[in-house]
Ligand binder design. Structure first.
Ligand SMILES: Nc1ncnc2c1ncn2[C@@H]1O[C@H](COP(=O)(O)OP(=O)(O)OP(=O)(O)O)[C@@H](O)[C@H]1O
Ligand SMILES: [Mg+2]
Length: 247
């Protein structure tokens, strides 16, 4: 579905990544883990057209595309809810800017609010709800783009552990119920083990894929699965090794 081939990005003389490749098949949940500052957000920004790539090609369903603006919904690392709009109006922004039928869009948004446990909070303002609720609203808004591919940049990182664990099951719904293809960045290895069909472990800059894990255990998963525990140990070993060798 998505093929990223030999992409390169520099910021001035700083090589963030070069000759970077990635392939995502339809319906898959792929997770990216890497050291802070290695270039993960830069990659997502470049894929979605927030910034331009210097070299390389992207193909979407076998066709070359300039970026994924029209194919992917991007939930950015920062909480991007507008404070002067209610949760519902925030969720409806993609439909408004996309010129969609607002009666249908509102119906769809209310269904999603219900499914993601936000019923009765539609008219609350972002500062009147918890961080977990804001993130669920941001997820509703991401789904309102109605795109096949969803890019999530550390969607749960600002939340406490317990809220995060409960929202992880909602992230799984994106794949199982909403049939989305997902590419997600996280620092939480257990989150990756719970959700990913494939994990890409990235190196410090210039960013490359240092390890690739395929996880075919059925979901929902339990952390005490010995295969998952072995992968967790491998990921931690590799990340610690990279930190020790960083200049
Ligand atoms: N607009 C910019 N101009 C110049 N340099 C930038 C810009 N945006 C990011 N960088 C640099 O690019 C590198 C990668 O940043 P990026 O935000 O992609 O890292 P990251 O892997 O997402 O880190 P984190 O895990 O902390 O979110 C950093 O060295 C950063 O300073
Ligand atoms: Mg980042």
């Amino acid at each position: 579905m998505l093929q990223v081939s030999s992409v390169t990005k520099y910021f001035n003389d700083q090589k963030i990544f070069s000759g970077f490749n990635l392939k995502v098949d339809q319906g898959q949940f792929h997770v990216i883990i890497g050291p802070s500052g290695c270039g993960k957000t830069t990659l997502f920004d470049a894929l979605t057209g927030v910034i331009e790539l210097d070299e390389g090609t992207l193909s979407w369903k076998q066709k070359l595309v300039f970026n994924l603006t029209h194919h992917a919904a991007y939930m950015q690392q920062k909480d991007m809810l507008l404070p002067w709009f209610s949760l519902l109006d925030n969720a409806l922004l993609p439909s408004k800017t996309g010129g969609q039928n607002m009666v249908n869009a509102k119906k769809q948004a209310l269904k999603l609010f219900n499914r993601l446990g936000l019923s009765e909070y539609e008219s609350h303002m972002p500062n009147q709800v918890s961080g977990g609720m804001r993130q669920r609203c941001a997820l509703v808004r991401t789904l309102m783009f109605n795109r096949d591919l969803i890019l999530l940049d550390e969607p749960l990182s600002a939340l406490d552990t317990i809220t995060r664990r409960s929202l992880q099951s909602l992230l799984l719904l994106l794949q199982t119920e909403f049939k989305k293809t997902i590419l997600m960045i996280t620092h939480d290895i257990e989150e990756a083990l719970l959700l990913a069909d494939e994990i890409y472990l990235l190196s410090p800059q210039p960013m490359t894929i240092s390890r690739h894990f395929i996880l075919d255990q059925p979901k929902p998963r339990k952390f005490n699965d010995p295969v998952l525990l072995k992968i967790k140990a491998d990921v931690l070993d590799k990340l610690e090794g990279d930190l020790i060798h960083e200049p």
